[in-house]
Every structure is written in structure tokens, then in C-alpha cells.
Ligand binder design. Structure first.
Ligand code: HEM
Length: 117
């Protein structure tokens, strides 16, 4: 498959994961929990699948340091919606954590990977 399709899926599912994670921070009511965890769970899986698709197509499955850092960011981001429902009082800290994880993953692609560091 053309890697552009993986890139499209990667970025789209990241938007969905991020949007629904912040929706969970905004309103962690118990009645929203099931839907939020379902959507963030599916989006998170699609981010991972498309990320590994890109890794196979563009980097011959080579695990460079920047990929490992992105995997850690992905793992953290994927856990945050669930944490927002269990610990609603920590929402402002969790949302800051989400922003830092997203920024770190973006720096890995656009600064580290593209500058060849
Ligand atoms: C918070 C998590 C993540 C964020 C914010 C993120 C973001 C991005 C973005 C914006 C791109 C550029 C897409 C493009 O310009 O075509 C990208 C590419 C990529 N991502 Fe992710 N990603 C994340 C997680 C992952 C994970 C878990 C993997 C697992 C292997 C991964 C592997 C890749 C690869 C291999 C590329 C292609 C890089 C290249 O063009 O050489 N990403 N990612």
C-alpha cells in the first residue's frame, strides 16, 4: 500500500485520539466513559498500526531512537482519557501532560527525523 495512505490514517487517527482525549478532560462524567474509552481505544490502535505501516514502508522496520520516544508518547497519550475518568481532579495536569507528549512526538518527526539527528 502507498505510504501516503498510512500517513493519512496516522494523522487522522491522531486528531481523533487527541480530540476525544480532551473531550474526556472537559467532561469526565461517568455516562461518557464507555464511549470515550471506545473511541480513544480504536483511534490509539489505528495510530499504532499506521505508525508501524510507515515504519515498514519508509524505514525498513528500523527502530531508531526517535521511534522509541514516539512509542512512549503514544503509550502515555493513550492512557490519559481513562485516567481523566478515574482521577477527574487531576485533569489540568493530565491535559498539560497530553500537550507535552504530543509536542515531543512531533519534535521527534519534524526536528529529529527530518534533520537526520
Ligand atoms: C503521540 C503519538 C504520535 C504522534 C503525535 C505522531 C505524529 C506523527 C506525524 C505528524 C507524522 C508525520 C506524517 C507525515 O508528515 O506524513 C508522523 C510520521 C510517522 N510516525 Fe508518528 N506519531 C505518533 C506515534 C507514532 C508511533 C507509536 C509510531 C510507531 C511506530 C509512529 C511512527 C511514525 C513513522 C514511522 C512516521 C514516518 C516518518 C517519516 O516520514 O519518515 N508514530 N507521526
Amino acid at each position: 500500500m502507498n505510504p501516503l495512505y498510512y500517513a493519512l490514517l496516522h494523522v487522522f487517527s491522531l486528531f481523533v485520539l487527541t480530540a476525544h482525549t480532551f473531550m474526556a478532560f472537559a467532561n469526565p462524567a461517568p455516562e461518557n466513559r464507555k464511549r470515550a474509552l471506545m473511541i480513544t481505544g480504536i483511534a490509539s490502535l489505528l495510530v499504532l498500526i499506521s505508525g508501524f505501516g510507515l515504519l515498514a514502508k519508509l524505514h525498513n522496520n528500523h527502530f531508531a531512537g526517535w521511534v522509541i520516544v514516539k512509542l512512549v508518547c503514544w503509550l502515555g497519550l493513550s492512557m490519559l482519557a481513562g485516567m481523566a475518568f478515574r482521577r477527574p481532579h487531576l485533569r489540568s495536569k493530565l491535559s498539560l501532560t497530553a500537550l507535552v507528549l504530543i509536542l515531543t512526538a512531533l519534535v521527534m518527526v519534524y526536528i529529529v527525523r527530518l534533520s537526520g539527528a
